[in-house]
Design a protein around this ligand. Structure first.
Ligand SMILES: Nc1ncnc2c1ncn2[C@@H]1O[C@H](COP(=O)(O)OP(=O)(O)O)[C@@H](O)[C@H]1O
Ligand SMILES: [Mg+2]
Length: 262
């Protein structure tokens, strides 16, 4: 079983949106898929509840801590033994032992980031936590970041994140736009890959780099192996706009946040 952790310490960054869309993609490809929802808000489990009966089955596991029984997990935090892909929807603010547990379980870690300076600073701090205390430094999990809820006015904000990720050699896979289709998908218990193709061309295209990055590490399972052609933002033309007007911006790495990080 391969486990993909979708995590960011910030609420509202798009963890559940990414979790449900990745899960629906794999399920629609007839891959036995499970979601493990660690968030007490249970948004992924709620999404599964409204999922149509004729959609491909996705197993839902509720791993949110039970009130009054911390640190015991719910008995529902079980996934079938034949699960091929498990996607973990992390709660906001995961740190300490919980963060270590999540990282330990994972083969891939995807970090969605919303385009606000506050979110970007919080994400930089979270990545630091992930490496210094979450076990990511010794874990074999592959880590990547995606921009979420991007509007045309958002681009220059990511310059900060771009430089920070570059300094850590973490790939920035794609920008997911702010789109009503993600809201329609949630309402229907579907992912954009299960909706009308013509109406979701842009969403499918922007999620593809994440799937390619993941598939590149799934030899034999999804047909031919796709090489990981991920480029860092710095080297990527598609993010050229993000670099406009950057001269006066102090990078996160230059602020000393990660001064001692190799
Ligand atoms: N790309 C997007 N376009 C439009 N709405 C989005 C997008 N990503 C997330 N949302 C909406 O923003 C809110 C927060 O997203 P969510 O995935 O629940 O974040 P998290 O799980 O990190 O708290 C939700 O209402 C969700 O439907
Ligand atoms: Mg959520």
């Amino acid at each position: 079983m391969l486990t993909i952790l979708v995590i960011n310490s910030k609420g509202g960054s798009g963890k559940t949106t990414l979790t449900t869309n990745l899960a629906s993609y794999y399920a629609s490809k007839k891959i036995r898929t499970a979601i493990m929802d660690y968030d007490p808000q249970g948004s992924s489990i709620q999404w599964l509840r409204v999922r149509p009966d004729d959609a491909e089955k996705i197993h839902g596991a509720n791993a949110a801590p039970v009130k009054g029984a911390v640190p015991l997990r719910s008995l529902h935090a079980w996934v079938p033994a034949d699960t091929e892909v498990m996607i973990i929807d992390a709660p906001a603010g995961a740190k300490g032992l919980l963060l270590q547990e999540l990282v330990r379980k994972s083969n891939f870690i995807v970090i969605p980031v919303a385009p606000s300076p506050i979110d970007i600073h919080a994400t930089a701090d979270f990545i630091k936590e992930l490496f210094l205390f979450g076990g990511a430094r010794t874990s074999k999990a592959k880590i990547a970041v995606v921009a979420n809820r991007v509007r045309s006015s958002s681009s220059s904000i990511y310059v900060l994140l771009e430089r920070f990720l570059n300094s850590l050699k973490l790939p920035f896979l794609t920008s997911i736009r702010d789109s009503d289709n993600y809201l329609h998908a949630v309402e229907k218990g579907l992912g954009v890959f299960e909706m009308d193709e013509a109406a979701t061309v842009a969403e499918r295209r922007e999620l593809m780099p994440i799937l390619k990055w993941l598939n590149g590490h799934f030899p034999n399972k999804f047909g031919s192996r796709i090489e990981d052609k991920t480029q860092s933002l710095e080297g990527s033309r598609k993010f050229a706009a993000f670099r406009m007007g950057t001269q006066n911006i102090t990078t996160l790495s230059a602020t000393g946040r990660f001064k001692n990080y190799p």
